[in-house]
Write a protein that binds this ligand. Sequence first.
Ligand SMILES: NC(=O)c1ccc[n+]([C@@H]2O[C@H](COP(=O)([O-])OP(=O)(O)OC[C@H]3O[C@@H](n4cnc5c(N)ncnc54)[C@H](OP(=O)(O)O)[C@@H]3O)[C@@H](O)[C@H]2O)c1
Length: 298
Amino acid sequence: MDFAGKKALVTGGSSGIGKATAKALAAAGAHVCIIARTPGKIDEALEEIRSAAVDPSGQTIMGKPADVSDYAQARAVVRELVQAGWEPDLLFNFAGIAHPGYFHELPLDVFRRTMETNFFGTLHMCKLVAPLMMRRRQGHILNTSSVAGFIGVFGYTAYGASKFAVRGFTDVLRSELKPYGVRVSILFPPDTDTPQLWEENKIKPAETRALAGTVKVMSPEEVARQLLRGVAQGQYIILPGLESKLVYTAAGLLGAKLHWFLDAIVRKNQRERGGPPPVRDELLAELYGLQGQTDTDG
Ligand SMILES: NC(=O)c1ccc[n+]([C@@H]2O[C@H](COP(=O)([O-])OP(=O)(O)OC[C@H]3O[C@@H](n4cnc5c(N)ncnc54)[C@H](OP(=O)(O)O)[C@@H]3O)[C@@H](O)[C@H]2O)c1
């Protein structure tokens, strides 16, 4: 696929992998519209994206503030674009959040917000854009999962659930849109050097850190380069970097046997720190009204 002249709608285009992809698309001659929640971050990103464009006066480079987890906001943006004659040829869904933590400590609200953004945000955009593409019998949608969307990574009960959901949804979407000539891809990035990863690193459990330490961190520019090559070649599964390809293959071949390897890293880390973290008295008090109990009490 030649991206020149194509209209690309990029959610999460103000930061990280989304911004790097928006810049690469602009550099390939595409018209780009980014969506994110924070207007200031959108404006800063637009400057960078414009400066990457091959023909800044001829290419549309614009941004729309919206929260994709809110269907009404997402629909207002897509309606505005369609009514202005700007029907996307490409939809790249990157908008996402990640909040790692021990399952028993993660507030329920984190699970809901993560699902609302990562899964429902992706679903909303596909719901709004797919019919346009189906009608025209062309277009390409890329949804973003994660390596944590095909293996269970310690510390990612909320994030992993949302990214497995994106994967399941996208697998079915692919088969339903194919007869209409609309292509679908799923991206499984490894750890990538973006603001999301920096924030995660501040709160990651030690075990998650130990697991992450076994893989190389990629640059968002390299992830963008590889994903655009995958989209151009019509690939469904896009695995940037050699390590994510190896882990994907190992997960497919080994199934649950891969747990032995992951569990061994967790066990070693916990042994070094005197065992798994205790269940806090405050948590027991909050959940059951128990006082002064510990996880070792009978
Ligand atoms: N970085 C990694 O290691 C890694 C690995 C695997 C998968 N991924 C996935 O790759 C995607 C991009 O991640 P990244 O690391 O590039 O993250 P990032 O740098 O934090 O960028 C996230 C983008 O999404 C936007 N966003 C977040 N929530 C939104 C919402 N509700 N509505 C609209 N926009 C929203 C953010 O802008 P606002 O905050 O202003 O809305 C920002 O533009 C995510 O889906 C992430 O889960 C990342």
